[in-house]
Design a protein around this ligand. Sequence first.
Ligand code: IPM
Ligand code: MG
Length: 368
Amino acid sequence: MIKVKKRRVLLLPGDGIGPEVIAEVKKVINWFNDKKSLDFEIDEDLVGGISFDKHGIPLTDEVFYKALESAVIMLGAVGGPKWDGVEFSKKPERALLKLRKELKLFANLRPAICFEQLVNASTLKPEIVSGLDILIVRELTGGVYFGEPRGIKPIENGERKGVNTHTYTSSEIIRVARVAFDLAKKRSNRVISCEKSNVMEAGQLWKEEVQSLHDKDYKDVELSHMLADNCAMQLVRNPKQFDVILTDNLFGDMLSDEASMLTGSLGLLPSASLGAKNKDGEMRAMYEPIHGSAPDIAGKGVANPIASILSFAMALRYSLDLDKEAEALEKAVQEALNDGLRTKDIMSDKMKEVSTSQMGDAIISKLQ
Ligand code: IPM
Ligand code: MG
């Protein structure tokens, strides 16, 4: 068994704007090391398309073992049109999926919070999104993303058949539902569980297992069930009805993209992918911005580093037990926004447009 090194932070910037936003995270970590003597050990390596270009695969064994012994992985983004033609098993995204699966990071936390300063950046009316604070808990290592059989195979008449399998076991459902209920208790105490129990057996099992776990251990949390298509609709109709949304891998992928746009910009939202704690209390975890590699703006210094910096705040809270430092970092982000500083994606009238690194520097100066 490879032991997790408590203070080891592995930076995997990846592709597109990944390196630019992770560079700002690195500055933040160095600040904590210099000013708060937190002695994080930083390591950095390649993942995704950039790894494919150099090594012919998106995740080398060496990097995978580094990931195994790091308490925190900070991932930037992977993928881009450059690798569209690459064979499926070597696509940049496979690196991300392998890390999730092999590190058993089954609980993906995706908060969608609408910052008051940015209420007008949303495409929805301000009164619909103002004060919004949702947490999506997405199952991350099961369902149709990983189910077998899968593949593309020739069938009769020269046709081909693409197959993916949506499966869930009771224990896979229960462990992620537990995470959702536990987190709800620290928030508004409400969980809405989403599936398609009207058409899928795996969805029916999901609903039953979530309900029986609730009745057994979480009677004090308010639970309701919603069909995933209805949830997609309710998210734009009246998003403030939600507190914690618990859902599977595929629905969680879609609903979290939708929820993110309620807040105005994909550039603001962090995420955490957590594994189970072992008997020594150690846990593996990966943190990443929700946004993708955005190749169209890569290298221009205009990407918003806030989602990545807030992802590191989540790491401070969930992996490193540094709640105070997490709050300080979140507050510093708020203050930089209060000063009217905006990257291009969230720029509006009378605000001051800043580059990726200027935003990072401003946030760090607020930490002082
Ligand atoms: C996400 C992304 C990934 C996913 C891709 C890049 C594999 O969309 O994290 O939401 O589908 O899970
Ligand atoms: Mg997605």
